[in-house]
Design a protein around this ligand. Structure first.
Ligand SMILES: [Zn+2]
Length: 227
């Protein structure tokens, strides 16, 4: 895997052991604009890696350092997720920079293949559990929507990154309980449901706490408890 090295000044020391992987989209007009911002001291943001549409991988921060990509966030009761994670920014305009027909811009194949190869290497290097591979929207549901409902989580799970529930039919519980047990901060329940749908039910993002949502949440709980 070829990785081009750049250098962002935006990092410091980790306060906790590294056991998470957080995936983002850049949400800017171009990859160059995003990379410039991630290396700008004034902006005060960074990520360990950026993956361009072509599949080119850039590293901005050493893996053992704390990059600044997650912000205020929570997963499975943990906070300061910058201290616990590696962050990958995937170049994609996202919700703010849609395609010309108004749809969310595609993640090209070459880019997803590179994200898969990079993620697999990181997960193996740091022994990251499948239930701690997350999207930014999972850990900051009231603030963030990236990497977006167009991100192919199921394809990543099939490649061994994170997981995808294999069967529906697990014991259904109230949404609060399922979502909390998966790892979501349920302080804002509709936001948590929306984030859940964005990741696990991408065709259906309406925040509704209904039977379909509860069944899928139960399936994810079952899959996570097998990790
Ligand atoms: Zn993000």
């Amino acid at each position: 895997m070829k990785i081009t090295r750049l250098s962002s000044p935006n990092f410091n020391d980790r306060q906790f052991p590294l056991d998470m992987l957080v995936l983002h989209y850049t949400g800017m007009e171009t990859g160059d604009a995003a990379i410039e911002r991630l290396c700008d001291k004034e902006a005060g943001v960074s990520a360990h890696y950026v993956v361009r549409e072509t599949g080119e991988i850039l590293q901005l921060v050493d893996e053992d350092k704390r990059a600044w990509h997650a912000g205020v966030s929570s997963w499975q009761g943990d906070e300061d997720l910058n201290s616990r994670s590696i962050g990958i920014e995937i170049v994609n305009g996202g919700h703010d920079w849609p395609a010309s027909d108004g749809s969310l811009p595609d993640y090209p194949d070459a880019q997803i293949e590179a994200v898969i190869a990079l993620s697999k290497a990181i997960i193996a290097r740091w022994n990251i559990p499948a239930d701690r591979v997350v999207g930014h929207s999972d850990i900051a549901p009231a603030r963030k929507a990236d990497p977006g409902e167009h991100f192919p989580w199921q394809r990543l799970a099939e490649a061994g990154i994170g997981l995808w529930p294999s069967a529906i039919g697990a014991e259904v519980q109230p949404s609060e309980r399922s979502l909390r047990s998966i790892g979501y901060d349920i302080g804002d329940l509709p936001a948590a449901i929306t984030a859940f749908q964005r990741r696990w039910m991408p065709d259906r993002i309406d925040g509704a706490d209904d039977e379909d949502m509860r069944a899928m949440a139960a399936a994810v709980v079952a899959a996570y408890s097998a990790v």
